[in-house]
Design a protein around this ligand. Structure first.
Ligand SMILES: *Cc1c(COP(=O)(O)O)cnc(C)c1O
Length: 472
């Protein structure tokens, strides 16, 4: 295509201003409550796209009107899409703590408390009883010590930060003993050995991949040892011929060898506050138990099994927590008020809520029985009438997710979705491209929606998408 040829079409392109004045655009703008600046951005992006297409010879038009309509018809659907990039999606994967989909959902009360803290001034660093400056760090401490049974606690941005913080503040330039079976990488970005290196603590490996005994820790002790660290292997499990040492054995053995000075630190990863194992789900100990058994310090995430916001909770001996609080990093890694509000309401639920298992979506979803999910699946199937799509209720297994309880298989129920002429991948793509995307999985060659993680309003959106697909 010659330069002059494309130049002639380029002249037909409407201006951003012309388009933004079009009545269809004005109506869509009003309906979706879009700011003018944002509409202009959408239009500009499309005009640029058409410019590129004209230059590469993909698009031609006979007249100004025709070109105007081409661009207009491309902009309008964009205006109907939710304007934010962070969109609510329907999690029909059944994986409860799906890291890519935001891990734990907050409870209604936690969301309400967040919104209250966002819209109003608050007592973030103000002591109401004295009228003087207060400390944001102390807001959560009482709830945390109560719920974990520890002397003291401090919270930072996430558990990766918590691990880095503990190692930097308490083991810099000193030796930290870790079992070779626990030198794990979690979620492709958190590698214990790398964090250790960054922190300036010196890693001393002990034992083997499958077996580490108390004697291995004792043999690795030197004058430079400041800590024996346990790391939850989270997203992988060694099965078969294995042996490991828990923090209680470790504390006991260190004391026997006169090494009360060596800190026993347990990075629990998930840190559950709900006894899932009593319902035959995994074998995760509750945090309080680990502390009671002898760990001096534990750390865990706020948005895994706990079911709260992203956060890294560090709990344990007061003397150690006090050192952390005084460290410069405490300021670097400090929580914002919205997270504090969300975590406060979540912890409150565990301590004083009537039914934390029902109130906290993550705990609720993990503990749903197959019979409950089946009943819900059948209710949903009966509520929608489709012509060409075939919905088949079917059993399957869900995962806990978030690198938590990798071996736990939660018996579940869901819907296989089929339509003649469409492949599972086509259906998957269609469902994912809705205004409220529906993310499912492919099961035995069919698109499958695990209903464990699909709630009432999610189903409304999913049913809408299915109806659209039905008439396609
Ligand atoms: C998940 C996990 C982390 C990282 O926690 P984030 O809250 O995701 O930063 C660290 N250690 C262990 C053992 C984990 O399972």
């Amino acid at each position: 295509m010659s330069r002059t040829f494309s130049a002639q079409f380029l002249k037909l392109l409407p201006s951003v201003h012309e388009l933004s004045e079009a009545s269809e655009i004005k109506e869509a703008e009003k309906r979706n409550k879009l700011p003018l600046k944002y509409t202009r951005k959408l239009i500009r992006d499309k005009v640029e796209l058409f410019r590129a297409q004209i230059i590469s010879g993909v698009t031609t038009a006979e007249s100004k009107e025709e070109m105007f309509n081409l661009v207009l018809q491309a902009v309008l659907p964009e205006m109907e899409a939710v304007r934010y990039r962070l969109k609510p999606v329907v999690n029909a994967t059944g994986t409860v703590l799906h890291t890519n989909l935001g891990r734990a959902r907050l409870s209604r009360e936690a969301a309400r408390h967040v919104s209250e803290a966002a819209l109003s001034y608050s007592s973030l660093e103000y002591d109401i009883s004295t009228g003087k400056r207060g400390s944001r760090m102390s807001l959560l401490e009482e709830l945390l010590t109560e719920v974990t049974g520890t002397e003291a606690a401090v919270v930072v941005n996430n558990n990766a930060a918590a691990v880095y913080f503990v190692l930097t503040a308490l083991a810099k330039n000193k030796e930290v003993i870790v079992s070779r079976g626990e030198l794990v990488e979690i979620g492709g970005s958190f590698r214990v050995s790398s964090i250790m290196e960054e922190s300036g603590a010196r890693l001393v490996e002990t034992g083997t991949t499958n077996k580490t005994r108390t004697a291995d820790y004792i043999n690795a002790l030197t004058d430079e040892t400041s800590m024996a660290m346990k790391v939850h292997t989270s997203n992988f499990a060694i099965v078969g011929f294995t042996e490991s040492v828990n923090s209680s054995q470790l504390r006991h053995e260190l004391n026997t060898h006169g090494r009360e000075d060596v800190i026993v630190y347990d990075d629990l990863g998930s840190g559950s506050l709900y006894p899932f194992s009593s319902e035959n789900i995994g074998d995760e100990p509750v945090v309080g138990k680990v502390v009671e058994n002898g760990a001096d310090l534990v750390s865990f995430s706020g948005d895994k099994l706990l079911g709260g916001p992203q956060a890294g909770i560090i709990a344990g001996k007061k003397e150690l927590i006090d050192k952390l609080k005084k460290h410069q990093l405490a300021r670097v890694l400090r929580l914002d008020k919205l997270t504090i509000a969300a975590l406060e309401a979540t912890l409150f639920e565990y301590l004083y809520g009537e039914n934390p298992k029902q109130a906290l979506p993550a705990v609720r979803d993990i503990t749903k029985t197959q019979a409950q999910v089946r009943e819900w699946t059948e209710e949903c199937t009966a509520s929608v009438s489709l012509n060409q799509i075939i919905l088949t209720p079917e059993p399957s297994f869900s995962k806990v997710g978030g690198g938590t309880m990798p071996l736990a298989e939660l018996p579940t129920y869901g819907l296989s979705v089929e339509k003649e002429g469409l492949r599972a991948a086509d259906i998957e793509k269609f469902m994912r491209s809705r205004n409220k995307p529906v993310v499912g999985r492919i099961l035995a060659g069919r698109f499958y929606m695990d209903m464990r993680t699909v709630e009432q309003e999610d189903w409304a959106a999913a049913a809408e998408a299915l109806k659209e697909l039905d008439v396609l």
